[in-house]
Design a protein around this ligand. Structure first.
Ligand code: ZN
Ligand code: ZN
Length: 258
């Protein structure tokens, strides 16, 4: 709407703003991904640190047209207030309200935030959009979603344009819905929270992420959302036992073109 990338020779540019969790680690902030097309800029989650990461890459907050939330845990939404407050104080505020999407419950989330922050969370600067009937047409691409096994409101997103597909898990346990969501994806960004010997039904291990990517026929798997324990094991080795495609271990600031 208000933003155009400088390079028209790709469909999407992904910037991995935050690849860690709420357990503080050198060089890793909480979950957030910036997805840009030639027409628009979308933030997927905005966990603690994303406000700063956006500044570091010189991304004007007012050029973000849409924010998609995977679920409402603090490590995925805590900078929402900072980002909205910052837009409010911009020297040249955007004439377009940012649209904020989330599963049913997002209106209640907004109500609670507005009770806490009052006029600083005035909805004149943004619109709350409850996810209901997919697909959603966002500028020049479409977004669909599926509920995932993590929190009651958890969804994963699937972004498609000209037969190119990017999927983003947010947090998820091992579940058939995540395989379905990721089916045939050019790029699947899956969480990889815990090592194989510390499994958790609400998160993925390297081996589980590899199995999901392989069953879904993913071309490139990007692993993210690392707790410190999983980074102490050989993630590539564990994942590649199950997944034969390309694997990337995400770092804050990584940029990927599709
Ligand atoms: Zn979570
Ligand atoms: Zn999380």
């Amino acid at each position: 709407m208000t933003h155009r990338t400088d390079h028209p020779d790709f469909l999407f540019r992904l910037t991995l703003l935050g690849t860690g969790t709420i357990r503080s680690q050198d060089g890793r902030t909480c979950a957030s991904i910036l997805l840009e097309s030639s027409e628009t800029a979308v933030l997927i989650d905005c966990g603690t640190g994303s406000w700063l990461r956006l500044h570091e890459i010189k991304k004007d907050l007012n050029s973000i047209d849409h924010i998609f939330l995977t679920h409402f845990h603090p490590d995925h939404i805590a900078d929402l207030v900072s980002i909205l407050f910052s837009r409010y104080h911009a020297s040249a505020p955007s004439p377009h309200p940012v649209k904020i999407y989330g599963a049913p419950g997002i209106a209640q989330l907004y109500k609670r935030l507005s009770e806490a922050f009052g006029m600083w969370m005035s909805d004149t600067m943004f619109q709350i959009k409850e996810l209901n009937n997919p697909p959603l047409h966002i500028s020049d691409f479409q977004v669909t979603w599926l509920p995932l096994h993590h929190a009651p409101e958890s969804v994963g997103y699937r972004v498609e344009k000209l037969h190119k597909v990017i999927t983003i898990s947010g947090d998820s346990g091992y579940c058939p819905e995540l395989i379905e969501l990721s089916r045939g994806a050019n790029i699947a960004i899956l969480e990889c929270s815990f090592p194989d010997d510390l499994p958790d039904e609400h998160h993925l291990t390297p081996s589980e992420a590899g199995q999901i990517a392989q069953q879904a026929g993913v071309k490139k798997l990007i692993l993210s959302h690392f707790y410190p324990e999983v980074l102490r094991e050989n993630i590539l080795l564990k994942t590649s036992r199950y997944f034969s495609g390309e694997i990337q271990l995400a770092q804050d600031g990584d940029s990927i073109l599709l």
